[in-house]
Design a protein around this ligand. Structure first.
Ligand SMILES: CC(C)(COP(=O)(O)OP(=O)(O)OC[C@H]1O[C@@H](n2cnc3c(N)ncnc32)[C@H](O)[C@@H]1OP(=O)(O)O)[C@@H](O)C(=O)NCCC(=O)NCCSC(=O)C[C@@](O)(CC(=O)O)C(=O)O
Ligand SMILES: [Mg+2]
Length: 291
């Protein structure tokens, strides 16, 4: 079954309280952060803490990622080596700007897997795109390695690199968000939308979540457990939609057995794209336990 990545909750890897409690809130994914939420002084101690957490805490069904430091920093390679040895299987690479950035990580992972006796390709990559250059290269980043299971958008750094302020309407983000969705769709991987930093602005957050769904993202990076419910509500089909999708699939199966490829159901045409959409709804609904 396809993994749901509706919510990816950032948790600073220097905060034991948050690290222990993160899965209680039931995000689909947890991203332990070693990059921007961690000061230079704490880089080594946060990595050590995360190793302990990976070895000792049961995070249940949550998919675990670590946002390592970029490989061009003094910390990146050490982060990847130490954490994979401790059991990490998903690396989020910040500041992914070119296919070469992903290829460099891919090669490092191949070496580490060999050293640890792991199967080649065990560790997956999520390419975090957060600069103008990264957005321009999104298609190449998305297909740079078979390890890439998704690409994400980081609007805080992106607006900085294009010299814009982040606005409530998000006009400055529109092209980049769409380009990332298209690149992910063409590669057959997930696109994950940006964080929304104002944890007290519920209305603004809801609008941004709605537009993320409308644009085609699979989910959203978030920074606070209070943001989980809004995202899950938007990205989970209702029971009614799921039942309707099942009827569509059943109807087309019956039609196909009679040699028909297109039919009418409740006065609406059902053809291949409608069926594909219905299958996606059923898949999401099953993953979320609705069906
Ligand atoms: C914002 C705040 C400080 C507020 O803290 P506060 O303590 O005031 O919040 P409260 O409301 O008081 O918390 C109530 C209870 O929830 C617990 N609780 C809160 N947050 C929790 C959490 N995340 N995980 C588990 N537990 C949590 C808390 O421990 C407390 O538990 P308890 O004491 O037991 O009651 C906090 O949330 C936080 O640190 N967030 C993560 C920040 C972070 O990681 N930033 C980096 C990633 S973005 C970035 O880098 C930009 C990017 O790179 C992105 C890209 O590229 O994608 C780009 O460029 O765009
Ligand atoms: Mg960033």
């Amino acid at each position: 079954m396809k993994r749901l990545r509706r919510t990816m909750l950032f948790v600073p890897a220097s905060n034991p309280n948050m690290m222990v409690n993160a899965s209680v809130f039931k995000p689909d994914c947890i991203i332990f952060d070693l990059e921007d939420a961690i000061s230079l002084r704490e880089k080594d101690s946060a990595r050590d803490l995360l190793v302990e957490a990976l070895k000792t805490i049961d995070y249940g069904d949550c998919e675990i990622f670590a946002r390592v430091n970029p490989l061009y920093t003094p910390f990146g390679e050490e982060d990847v080596r130490t954490l994979v040895a401790a059991g990490l299987r998903n690396v989020r690479l910040p500041m992914s700007e070119t296919a070469q950035d992903i290829e460099q990580l891919d090669k490092l992972l191949t070496d580490i897997e060999k050293e640890l006796g792991l199967e080649d390709g065990t560790v997956k990559i999520l390419g975090a795109i957060e600069t103008a250059k990264g957005v321009i290269n999104a298609e190449k980043i998305a297909i740079a390695s078979s390890r890439v299971i998704g690409i994400s958008f980081g609007a805080e750094d992106f607006t900085r690199t294009i010299g814009a302020e982040r606005s409530k309407g998000g006009e400055e983000l529109f092209v980049a968000r769409s380009k990332i969705v298209l690149a992910a769709a063409a590669a057959g991987i997930d696109a994950i939308d940006t964080v929304f930093a104002d944890v007290e602005d519920d209305d603004g957050f809801k609008k941004e979540v709605e537009s993320a769904k409308q644009l085609g993202f699979a989910g959203k990076s978030i920074i606070h457990p209070g943001q989980i419910r809004t995202v899950h509500n938007e990205f989970t089909p209702s029971k009614e939609d799921a039942q309707k999708a099942l009827r569509v699939i059943k109807a087309i199966e019956e039609a196909e057995s009679k040699g028909l490829g297109v039919i009418s159901l409740d006065g609406k045409m059902v053809d291949a794209p409608v069926v594909a959409r219905a299958e996606k709804i059923v898949c999401l609904a099953r993953g979320a336990g609705i069906l």
